[in-house]
Structure formats: C-alpha cells, structure tokens
Design a protein around this ligand. Structure first.
Ligand code: GDP
Ligand code: MG
Length: 341
C-alpha cells in the first residue's frame, strides 16, 4: 500500500506514517435527469452555493468541479448536464460532455427520482452505464417526499435493471443519509494525495459563478416567458476599497483577518444578459426596467455572500440571434466546443 508523508513523498514501508497515510482522492461525476437534484446534492455536500439550482431543467451547462475534503480523503465532484437528446449545438455539446465524463472518473453517481417507474430516459442511461467499467452508485434522491417503506420497492425495481455497486437513498434537500453516501464514495476512491488544498471548494473562476447566479435569477424571474436562450456575460468585475463612510459604519479599526479582508471592498460588476430575439429583450428589461431591476436585486445579495464584499451590479441586455447555434458565440459565452471532443 502506498502512503505519503506530509510533504507528499512516498514512504515504502509504512513506518513514517504522516498525516496523509490512508488518504484517498478521486473524481466523481453526478449524472441524472434534469431536475433530479444533482446541483442540490452537490451544494449540500459542499455547504456553499456553487452549481446553480432551479426548478427548470438544464440550468447547469458546464462541468463544474467542487471539492469535498475530510480526514479520510478528498472527492472532486464534476456536475454534468443531464444526458438527453440534443436539439442544437449547445444541447449536443452538453451530451458529449456528460458522456465523456463517465469514463474519466473514479465513481459515477446516478441520481434518480423516488419511483418504481423506469422509463425510456432511465433505460438510455442504464445502457450507457453498462458500457463503462467505472463503479456506479445509484442514489435515490428526494426520499423526504415518500414513505420509508416505499424506498425498498424503488431499490428492488432498480436492482432488477442493473448490478449497481451501491444503492443509497438520500434527501439532498434535507441532508438525510448524505454521510452514508460520502462513506460509500470513499470506498471506491484510490489512495493518493489531495488534488487541492483543504480550503478549496471550487476551481471555478469567480466570474463564472457570478454569471451563473445572475442567469439563475433571470430564469426564475422570467417564469416561462423566455425559454433557455439566455446567456450572461460578465463584462467587467473590479474590486476597490469602500468609501470611508462605509468603513466607519462597520466599525473601522477592528482587526480584520482571513475572509474578512474583503469586507471593506466593493466589487463593481457589469454584466450583459444576452437573448435571442428583440421581443425577448423587451421582456428581460420589463416596464421601465422593472424586470431587470428585479433580477439584479435578487442576484446581488447572493453575489455579495459569495464574494464576501459589497457589490455594485449593473445589468445590460443585448440581442444575439441564434447564439446557441454558433460555435463562435458559444466560445464567447464561455462554452468551449473543443471541451467536449
Ligand atoms: P438538477 O437539475 O439535477 O441539478 O436539479 P436541482 O438540484 O436544480 O433541483 C431541482 C429541484 O428539485 C429543485 O427545486 C430542488 O429544490 C428540488 N430537490 C432537489 N433535491 C431534493 C430533495 O431531496 N427533496 C425534495 N423534496 N426536493 C429536492
Ligand atoms: Mg443542476
């Protein structure tokens, strides 16, 4: 068995056991239908909002890595878009990213709804899973919505379809049984050093998280008026010292440490919401800018929480026809088509 000293150098006989002896680390992907609770689960495990959640399908477009570290080891989560049939270039890109993820990870988590009904969508996923050698943990989510006894019937229904390495019922929303899930994942990870230091929870640039938060609020505020054809581009994000008055309000002179270092800072953020049609632009702006204001006022507090500083947010709206079918625009908006090849 390999072990590592604190410096991370290998020590053959296990006598010089350092902090990282028996430490495990690896990559885990979350797959499952849109809305099954992938982002909710990941956010619960990490304890910080990173992947966006909403009641709308397909709000997670990129592979988002979050990192869970405990004494036993480190799990790097990859949140994939749902495996579904492609309708345009963006959809196609999402499917390829999701399918490629299956072979590149140490463990696959497949999240399903608490039901005995196994439909065509689930069978499509089962087909993909049977093709790969990666261990698969079936996670039956939303158990808070059903009776305990029923869960056994769901387990039975799925067990008949495929030989899963583990089946774990959880409630991502309530955090039920998620500790058991973590232990199950650890079982399948290889021994090895951490990939990131223990304070790291994501390798996603702050800009991307900010744009995802704004897009989430736009999707929530716009109800069904606008389909998924919006993207958010962060035009600029600059940090500056807050004016003196604000510092005084906060009790200037108190020692600031660590995360508090940014509390006297203001982030000036300019973002553009890009939509596909002129008619959509009007809706996004709203009467006398009311909709845009609403989106901004919902997004701002969450961005402030994430960046740990005051935020001054300015939103703009632009039209780019059929941006979802253009490689160029997709690159512009941070989706690199090459990522999925
Ligand atoms: P994703 O598309 O798979 O990432 O799904 P989301 O994480 O965005 O969740 C979709 C919806 O399901 C949201 O409204 C969540 O609040 C809800 N949800 C997720 N997990 C649970 C759960 O364990 N119980 C219940 N009752 N709702 C959940
Ligand atoms: Mg999601």
């Amino acid at each position: 068995m390999q072990c590592f000293t604190q410096e991370g150098t290998e020590c053959g006989d296990g006598k010089e056991i350092g902090l990282k002896d028996n430490f495990k680390s690896g990559f885990v992907t979350l797959i499952g239908r849109p809305n099954v609770g992938k982002s909710t689960l990941m956010n619960h495990l990490i304890g910080q909002k990173i992947a966006i959640t909403s009641y709308r399908p397909q709000t997670t477009r990129n592979r988002i890595q979050t990192v869970y570290t405990c004494e036993e080891g480190q799990i790097v989560f990859v949140d994939t878009p749902g495996i579904h049939k492609a309708k345009n270039k963006l959809g196609d890109y999402m499917v390829r990213i999701a399918e490629r993820s299956l072979t590149e990870v140490d463990v696959i988590l497949w999240l399903v709804e608490p039901t005995t009904f196994i439909g065509a969508g689930e069978r499509h996923i089962i087909e993909q899973l049977k093709k790969v050698k990666t261990p698969v943990i079936l996670v039956i989510n939303k158990t808070d919505k059903v009776k305990k006894a029923e869960v056994l019937t769901f387990i039975d229904a799925y067990r008949k379809e495929m030989d899963f390495d583990e089946i774990v019922p959880v409630s991502a929303l309530k955090g039920d049984n998620t500790d058991v899930l973590i232990s199950c994942i650890m079982k399948y990870l290889p021994y090895g050093e951490a990939f990131y230091d223990e304070d790291t929870v994501t390798d996603q640039p702050e800009r991307q998280i900010v744009s995802e938060l704004i897009r989430e609020k736009a999707l929530l505020s716009l109800e069904d008026e606008i389909p998924h054809g919006i993207a958010v581009v962060i035009e600029s994000m600059k940090f500056r010292k807050a004016s003196r008055k604000r510092n005084k309000d906060k009790g200037e002179g108190a020692p600031e440490e660590g995360n508090a270092a940014r509390s006297s800072t203001v982030a000036d953020i300019e973002a553009t919401i890009v939509c596909e049609r002129e008619s959509h632009k009007g809706i996004v702006i709203g009467k006398q800018g009311a909709m845009l204001k609403k989106i901004g006022s919902k997004a701002r507090p969450e961005i402030e929480e994430m960046l740990e500083c005051k935020v001054n947010l300015q939103l703009w709206v632009k039209v780019r026809k059929d941006w979802r079918d253009s490689d160029l625009y997709m690159k512009n908006f941070g989706y690199n088509p090459k990522d999925s090849e």
